[in-house]
Design a protein. Sequence first.
Length: 199
Amino acid sequence: MQINSLTGRVFLLTTLWSIVATVVVGLFISNLYRKSVERGFQDLLRAQLSSVIGSITVGDQRALSGNPQLGDLRYLQPKTGWYWMVEPLGTYTATPLVSPSLGESHLPIVPENDTPFDKRYERYYTVNDTFGNRVQVAETQVVLDADGRVARFRVTGNTAVVEDDVRRFSYYLYFALFVSGLGGLIINAFARQTQQKAS
């Protein structure tokens, strides 16, 4: 099939359009899927944060007391990027509580001016932990008792799970779009050749 023929030009344009359409549709769907996964990830962290808050009290000698059970082994295994932390604020002095997964390590805190609290008095930001994991942090501050003792609560999740999920979805999506587009081009080419022979 020569490009300077009408059939050749139509086939070339059809091929180019199929490639452009596949890329555009793939990017659009991947972006929608990423947003959905990120919302689900943030909802998970919010639920875990609520669980930690409900598990912590001020015990004897004003010490922080509690042992959150989040039902996820990653909060027990070291260096996973899945942590929870409860830290006293202001004039309240007590030993912070942290998940076994964090151990003796520390996690950076983004200044409130950079990431302010929302209307729920929660904020979400992304930092790197000591082990090189990129983690999303869900943070809030809670008054623990009638004496006004306040603590900062933080729960984190490793964003690698989001990236892996989106990458896997995008792979299957583009593969399906490629097969669909290639099948359409083959059928189109076959139909035009059949038409040429008939004429």
